[in-house]
Design a protein around this ligand. Structure first.
Ligand SMILES: Cc1ncc(C[n+]2csc(CCOP(=O)(O)OP(=O)(O)O)c2C)c(N)n1
Ligand SMILES: [Mg+2]
Length: 268
């Protein structure tokens, strides 16, 4: 059986290849979320890639829609659609738009996203609806750390705690970078854990590249009663390719076709 680490390497390769082919997109955040997505889709979620509309499924809302390649590559690797389709990323009419678009009916995609600050409200609506119907579905919302500067995040956070939406789990990609540089320099978001706790959430901090910590945090979130959970995952932007790691220049830059072979070799 392929290990989760091998899966993650494969997903990173799919992402880099698709982005180099597209010639534009967001490499840094897509790569740094791979370990989290691998654990989610290959170890944790209740889902069935052959039946994407199965009513009992857990749902993932990618609030940072610019990191769409990690969602697409993971869905493809899980069997929702052929991996070859990754090469249509960002092409006119493709199901794999630069930011997730529900309009194209991509199997496994739950909603549009890309306008920062909106995903948590959407995920809250899904989670609250499941609770009101007494259904066991859980909803996971992936947010950025720069995204924490959006006021609407905190409106949703307040509402989720008020309604005791314990089937909602937010995961924050704490790579400490956003487009213009360090989050703490652009507009500080620390102490982030204290803020979420003050808003009534169960907050957990982990290393977002340590799969055993990711697994454990997701299990703890499952067990939590009467409170939503936020997992603040410390990550390294561009994780996996040393020469691009921890550099905000790679927020919205892609490998050239000349760079690609060396990057893929690092992940072989
Ligand atoms: C409402 C809104 N404002 C601005 C943007 C443009 N934008 C896209 S990604 C991004 C940076 C977000 O930082 P972070 O959440 O840390 O993502 P990372 O750079 O780590 O991938 C910005 C400003 C947007 N998509 N939506
Ligand atoms: Mg960031």
């Amino acid at each position: 059986m392929t290990s989760l680490e091998e899966k993650a390497r494969h997903i990173r390769r799919l992402i880099l290849t698709a982005l180099a082919e597209a010639g534009s997109g967001h490499t840094g955040g897509s790569l740094d979320l791979v370990d989290i997505f691998t654990v989610l889709y290959f170890d944790h979620l209740r889902h069935d890639p052959k039946h994407p509309d199965w009513q009992g499924r857990d749902k993932v809302v990618l609030s940072i829609g610019h990191t769409a390649p990690v969602l697409y590559a993971t869905l493809a690797a899980a069997g929702y659609f052929p991996e070859e389709e990754m090469l249509t990323l960002r092409k006119l009419g493709s199901r794999l738009q630069g930011h997730p678009s529900y309009e194209f009916h991509l199997p496994g995609l739950e909603t549009c996203s890309g306008s920062l600050g909106q995903g948590l409200g959407v995920a809250l609506g899904m989670a609250l609806a499941a609770k009101m119907d007494n259904k066991p579905n859980r909803v996971f919302c992936i947010m950025g750390d720069g995204e924490q500067q959006e006021g609407s995040v905190w409106e949703s956070a307040m509402a989720a705690a008020h309604h005791k939406v314990d089937n909602l789990c937010a995961i924050i990609d704490r790579n400490r970078l956003q487009i213009d540089g360090g989050t703490e320099k652009v507009m500080a978001i620390d102490p982030l854990r204290d803020k979420w706790t003050a808003f009534g959430w169960h907050a957990i901090e982990i290393d977002g590249h340590d799969m055993s910590q990711i697994k454990m945090a997701l299990e703890m979130a499952d067990q939590e009663k009467d409170k939503p959970t936020v997992i603040i995952a410390d990550t390294i932007m561009g994780k996996g390719v040393k020469s691009i790691e921890d550099n905000n220049q790679w927020h919205g830059k892609v490998p050239t076709k000349e760079q690609l072979p060396a990057f893929l070799k690092e992940l072989s």
